[in-house]
Design a protein around this ligand. Structure first.
Ligand SMILES: C[S@@+](CC[C@H](N)C(=O)[O-])C[C@H]1O[C@@H](n2cnc3c(N)ncnc32)[C@H](O)[C@@H]1O
Length: 219
């Protein structure tokens, strides 16, 4: 794994530097949507077949907010997105919020969390621990992984990179037996864009029933 540090001249973590790098990147790419509606539709079916009472979800690092719109549409649950940039207010179901932080009302209360933006984390251990702490019993965290999330893609804007197998080990360690990687989903879409970049979705679950890996595929 590789992690770029944002430090000031005295070697201390410089949060303003991180925040402005993310905000500038967000504004530069404000017209772009990375997430795929087809993938979100499939993941929604997966969530519906594996979570008994799917009511509230979070999407982290959402720019134009399409993923929370699509998850809300396909699951009928209420999905909210976090976005560090001030542009957040332009998009429905989106709050301006740094995803490294948790709100007290989220702890143990979020049925599903999705992100394709975790490679923008300045401290992935803090970030993933925070997200897992929000899961309700049996709740599910979905993390998209592609070649763009690997070490060789690390930059000032995307400070964290990790191979898929290392990510699975990292999450297993962080989960400490209370949260487990229960599946890695592939073949979520025939879209050329996503298959070229090797889309996989890592599924982490707070302990609960085992996951159904079949029925959701036929939707
Ligand atoms: C690669 S883009 C993906 C946007 C969106 N998920 C999509 O599929 O189009 C990453 C987004 O995460 C946001 N972001 C970066 N760091 C963040 C943080 N700490 N908290 C919340 N959002 C963050 C960026 O501003 C950017 O809009």
């Amino acid at each position: 794994m590789k992690l770029i540090k944002y430090i000031d001249i005295s070697g201390k973590f410089d949060y303003d530097l991180y925040r402005s790098a993310q905000e500038n990147g967000n504004k530069r790419k404000i017209d772009k949507v990375w997430a795929s509606e087809e993938v979100v539709r499939k993941l929604s079916a997966f969530l519906k077949s594996n979570i008994r009472s799917l009511r509230f979800g979070l999407c982290h690092g959402t720019r134009r907010g399409k993923e929370q719109e699509w998850f809300s549409k396909y699951t009928d649950a209420d999905f909210l997105g976090t976005e560090i940039s001030e542009t957040a207010i332009q998009f429905p179901r989106t709050i301006q919020w740094d995803f490294h932080e948790t709100k007290s009302e989220w702890i143990g209360k979020v049925d599903a969390i999705y992100s394709n933006s975790w490679d923008h984390s300045y401290d992935p251990g803090k970030c993933f621990k925070g997200w897992l702490s929000c899961l309700s019993p049996g709740g599910i965290l979905l993390l998209e992984h592609t070649t763009y999330h690997c070490e060789d893609q690390v930059s000032q804007l995307d400070p964290f990179g990790i191979a898929l197998d290392e990510l699975v080990l990292f999450l297993t360690e962080i989960g400490q037996g209370d949260y487990s990687v229960v599946a890695v989903l592939r073949n979520l879409t025939n879209e050329e864009r996503m298959s070229k970049i090797g889309l996989a979705v890592v599924v982490v679950r707070r302990h609960g029933p085992t996951v159904d890996l079949e029925t959701w595929r036929s939707v």
